[in-house]
Write a protein that binds this ligand. Structure first.
Ligand SMILES: O=C(O)c1ccccc1N[C@@H]1O[C@H](COP(=O)(O)O)[C@@H](O)[C@H]1O
Length: 209
């Protein structure tokens, strides 16, 4: 079964929609430059709506120690998502389970990246965009070598229209979406969240050959 993360939630109704739709993880953006950013206090309030077994994920981009600490004080049990230029040492210093984003572009060596970040729970594949991520851009999926042994989270421009193809092609551990469940930049839609989750469950139910 493909796990589902819905990222960049800022409103109670969107968290409730994601939980209702069957999301496994909810992402909170702790990156002040993002229009989807939330303060630690706001993330804490939103995370109170999560039932057991739905995991909060905190997205950071080149965060300072103080920013990391403030996020972790608000959500001590969150999974970290490092989406900037963090080194393996930066990620490990936090002493929390983490996802490391790989910014996919021609020439990027995913196998080497995966072995450098072998302490990550998974490598999250995103398109290389200005502003580090959340750009709604699909990367060239043929850049993912079949030999890659890291656990993968597929993201980057996913939507209900293309997520089944991505799953059928890469069989990732999880998929992650932000822009593809929005009606305008930063504005989530409950209908699109449900549609996305249904598309994932539909392809999961299909026999694999
Ligand atoms: O959402 C953001 O604003 C963001 C900012 C900086 C880094 C990452 C960000 N979002 C993450 O990017 C990927 C892909 O998002 P999209 O579906 O293409 O919009 C996803 O992991 C978001 O969580």
């Amino acid at each position: 079964m493909t796990r589902i993360k819905i990222c960049g939630l800022t409103r109670e109704a969107d968290v409730e929609a994601a939980v209702e739709a069957g999301a496994d993880a909810i992402g909170f953006v702790f990156y002040a430059k993002s229009p989807r950013a939330v303060t630690p206090e706001r993330a804490k309030a939103l995370a109170r709506l999560l039932p057991p077994f739905v995991m909060p994920v905190g997205l950071f981009v080149n965060a300072s120690d103080a920013e990391l600490q403030a996020g972790l004080e608000a959500l001590p049990n969150m999974l970290m998502q490092f989406h900037g230029d963090e080194t393996p040492a930066d990620c490990e210093r936090v002493r929390r389970p983490y996802l490391r984003a790989a910014r996919m572009a021609p020439g990027f060596d995913l196998v080497d990246f995966g072995s450098r970040f072998s302490s990550a729970q998974a490598i999250l594949l995103d398109a290389h965009v200005d502003g580090y991520g959340g750009g709604g851009k699909v990367f060239d999926w043929s850049l993912v070598p079949p030999s890659v042994s890291s656990r993968l989270v597929l993201s980057g421009g996913l939507s209900a229209a293309n997520v089944a193809d991505g799953i059928a092609r890469m069989r990732p551990w999880a998929v992650d979406v932000s822009s593809g469940v929005e009606v305008a930049f930063g504005l989530k839609s409950a209908d699109l969240i449900h549609e996305f989750c249904r598309a994932v469950r539909r392809v999961d139910a299909e026999p694999t050959c």
